[in-house]
Write a protein that binds this ligand. Structure first.
Ligand code: NDP
Length: 275
């Protein structure tokens, strides 16, 4: 029989690590699959997804800028996709309906708790950004036991909308970006802005970094260099980039498609070794 077909949709997408990650997982189980990249503009995305699944596709990953559209076009949404309003995974049910999932939040929490052995319970966390990724990780961090979550976004209305959607005013607060210097320090700081990817750079006061703070940039590689350097200069105990989250969100998607959870460490180590 034909190998099952998977793809990642994005724009741009050529440099995506997802094909390698999924092929690496598949090898662990002796599974043969096709996994390709599909570059679709926002105007083409919905048609491209439908064509992929009509042609026999089993599952798709979705990345920038299509995560919102992926959630909207699906027939059903998981709880995580509903809460985030975005999806990074699409699966096809036997009757052809599409289900949207969001594994980004679970990916971050797994990277922190399993790979980095962090106990998230009781932390006072600062979340920078309120875009799609921030929405995905906010609930997961709270579910994992973060005590308070302070959300700060350049556009404050979006942070307020996220806090309202979460609906836990005792644990979730929003503050203004211009006020960052007055907020004191946090023991967990998560950068979910795309400033590093876009090359804009963030101006963050060192006073945010608590003694022995844990800092995490969802971006990885060159896009995370500035944030990681800032965190270390501020005295952070650890400052990680998002490569582990990337591998873990892929593993969660793999488990949805194949019913088995891969060993992420060899794939993570081989990507890390390449810098
Ligand atoms: P979105 O476009 O949905 O959101 C971007 C966010 O960044 C918004 O909050 C935006 O603020 C903020 N932002 C952009 N530029 C600046 C700036 N110069 N200063 C301050 N804030 C800024 O993107 P996503 O949420 O999808 O992605 C965010 C990041 O997370 C990206 O770097 C992405 O690569 C990474 N990511 C990593 C994953 C992984 O597996 N490691 C998974 C998913 C995402 P505003 O609302 O004001 O525009």
């Amino acid at each position: 029989s034909q190998p099952s077909q998977f793809a990642v949709f994005g724009h741009p997408i050529a440099h995506s690590l997802s094909p390698r990650i999924h092929q690496g997982f598949a090898q662990q189980f002796g599974i043969t699959l096709e996994y390709r990249t599909i570059d679709a503009t926002p105007g083409d995305f919905a048609d491209a997804v439908r064509a992929f699944f009509i042609a026999g596709g089993t599952g798709a990953n979705v990345t920038l800028p299509h995560k919102g559209a992926a959630s909207s076009l699906a027939d059903e949404r998981s709880e995580a996709a509903t809460r985030a309003g975005t999806a990074n995974v699409l699966t096809r049910l036997p009757d052809g309906r599409l289900v949207a999932h969001n594994t980004d939040g679970a990916g971050l929490v797994r990277d922190l708790t399993e790979r980095h052995r962090v106990d998230l319970r009781g932390h006072d966390a600062l979340l920078l950004g309120a875009g799609g990724a921030a929405r995905a990780v906010a609930w997961s961090l709270l579910d994992a036991g973060v005590q308070t979550l302070t959300i700060v976004n350049r556009t404050p209305e979006t942070a307020d909308a996220l806090a309202d959607a979460i609906g836990e005013p005792a644990r979730v607060h929003t503050r203004y970006w211009d006020d960052l210097a007055n907020l004191g320090s946090y023991d967990l700081i998560v950068n979910a802005t795309s400033a590093g990817v876009l090359g804009g750079g963030l101006k963050l006061p060192m006073s945010l970094v608590g003694a022995r703070a844990l800092c995490y940039d969802l971006a990885y590689g060159a896009a995370a260099i500035d944030f990681v350097a800032w965190a270390k200069a501020g005295g952070a105990r650890y400052a990680w980039d998002g490569l582990g989250m990337l591998v873990e969100q892929a593993a969660e998607a793999f488990a949805l498609w194949h019913g088995r959870h891969p060993d992420t460490e060899p794939v993570y180590q081989s990507l890390r070794a390449e810098g």
